[in-house]
Design a protein around this ligand. Structure first.
Ligand SMILES: [Zn+2]
Length: 495
């Protein structure tokens, strides 16, 4: 079996092989940290972290170079800085620092190279100059634009037709370009805006050109894998291809494989400030176990659009517990049976089959949902007192390590955290739910139990609005409920 990956460029799942030797060169479009990131932003970085781990795992054994850029100057950071009376780089530093801390909490490994736009202005200017010299770009009074009609393959990645794109397209009043589809490579600075020198006057690069210039500088073309979220396919990645491939020999691609992670919804809707359901990633990570978030994404698969709900994260939280408990049981030597050599051999062979199935799932376009299914199946046999305990424990260590959730196995029992609930939770629950839940003189555990009883009674009475209100009040305290055969249990998120 070899690894096969879905390539957006060809719209097929293809066998993966590096372009040169054993080295895999990856470029993933990074964040524009001009505002708080949310969990939707994190989803594709979490996926590419897993892909990177698997490419480097001995099963593939590739030497991976992972590049992720930082768009550290853009219209929004400049606008925010003007509003707050600060500088654009102070805005970027604040939000990027917060994002990086969240990535660490989520166990996403640092990029090998993390180029900042403002540190690569010279090479960006050089690339724009080459595009102008070759007739692919032109300067106007307000900047430099890429001439889309000069690049016949435009639209190939996103399967869009230039003539159809032109329908309804308009040139904005403040843009001096020849054609509505043309996009900015260089933006001349307005007074008081941050600016760098160029042959076309003081200004800053457009968003798309930075990825073309920095991937060219750090990886060269073609490189192996270009990644991002599906929202970047058009226009961002289409524009990157036009800029980069216009300067390459005919039929040379910028990147061999284009991979895109699907979007994330929250209770059925896109997360946005205007919809009133925006929650910064940093605060969401205070309420939820980061390992459960990773597990939830893995159980969905990277190409499926996903809906994030409190129930889904609750189920993932209990999945984390299941894996950890199974691992503890496997390592409990006193429980080990001592069967015949033949029986043991058969069990070892079974575990080896499970291992093969786990990796076969990953080989099929990173089917992490299928791979995890194999692991849950594997731990289902733990209670049967199998003899090949250490072999199965080793499989869990290896498999969860590849998926970036190996910490599930080594961390302290969540039950310990359950006793460390803030005593003030009693007052807060009484304030939030006092009209529907009688909380009088209980400690934290008792108050939570009262609330859970009230929720279950509401569910029985089919008063789902009340049930949700109680669950949300508990969730706001970081209490995650899991409904099982034997009733409702609770854990502390992130505990
Ligand atoms: Zn990009």
């Amino acid at each position: 079996m070899t690894l096969r990956l879905y390539n957006t460029r060809t719209r097929t799942v293809e066998p993966f092989a590096p372009i040169a030797g054993n080295t895999v060169r990856m470029y993933v479009c990074g964040l524009t940290p001009s505002a708080e990131a949310h969990l939707g932003h994190a989803r594709s970085f979490l996926f590419f972290d897993v892909l990177r781990r698997y490419l480097a795992h001995p099963r593939n054994g590739y030497d991976v170079t992972y590049v992720q850029n930082v768009t550290d100057v853009d219209d929004r950071s400049i606008a925010t800085a003007a509003r707050e009376g600060t500088t654009f780089d102070a805005v970027i530093a604040r939000y990027y620092g917060s994002f990086k801390a969240s990535m660490r909490t989520l166990g996403v490994r640092e990029p090998d190279l993390e180029p900042y736009v403002t540190q690569h202005i010279d090479m960006i200017v050089d690339m724009i100059a080459a595009l102008v010299a070759d007739g692919f770009a032109y300067a106007t009074g307000d900047g430099v634009y890429f001439r889309v009609k000069s690049f016949p393959r435009y639209g190939a990645l996103s399967h869009r037709d230039v003539d159809e794109l032109l329908i309804g397209a308009r040139i904005a009043e403040n843009e001096q370009k020849d054609d509505p589809l043309d996009f900015a490579l260089w933006k001349c600075a307005k007074p008081d805006e941050p600016a760098w020198p160029s042959p076309w006057g003081l200004g800053r690069p457009g968003w798309h050109i930075e990825c073309s210039a920095m991937s060219h500088e750090l990886l060269g073309e073609p490189f192996d894998i270009h990644g991002g979220g599906t929202d970047l396919i058009f226009p961002h990645h289409e524009n990157e291809i036009a800029q980069s491939e216009a300067l390459l020999p005919p039929q040379t691609h910028m990147a061999n494989v284009w991979m895109h992670g699907a979007m994330l919804n929250f209770d059925g809707r896109k997360m946005s400030k205007s919809l009133g359901n925006f929650e910064p990633l940093s605060s969401l990570l205070e309420r939820h176990d980061p390992l459960a978030i990773r597990l939830l994404f893995l159980q969905t698969g990277y190409r499926k659009p996903m809906n994030f709900t409190e129930d889904a994260i609750g189920a993932a939280t209990s999945g984390v517990e299941k894996l950890r408990k199974a691992y503890d049981a496997l390592r409990d030597a006193s429980a080990a049976a001592s069967p015949s050599a033949d029986a043991r051999e058969a069990e070892v062979a079974n575990v080896e089959t499970l291992r093969e199935r786990f990796f076969a799932a990953l080989d099929e376009d990173m089917n992490t949902a299928g791979a995890l299914g194999v692991l849950f199946e594997a731990i289902g046999v733990v209670n049967a007192g199998i003899a090949a305990r250490s072999v199965l424990a080793a499989l869990l260590e290896e498999a969860l390590g590849v998926l970036g959730v190996g910490d599930i196995l080594t961390r302290e029992v969540a039950a310990a955290a359950a006793t460390s609930v803030d005593p003030a939770i009693v007052d807060r629950l009484r304030a939030a739910l006092g009209d529907v839940v009688a909380i009088n003189g209980e400690g934290p555990d008792g108050a939570i139990a009262r609330a859970i009883d009230a929720r279950n009674a509401a569910r029985k009475a089919r008063d789902f609005a009340l049930a949700d209100r109680v669950r949300n009040a508990l969730a706001a305290e970081g209490i995650v409920l899991t409904d099982g055969k034997d009733g409702t249990t609770w854990t502390v998120a992130g505990g």
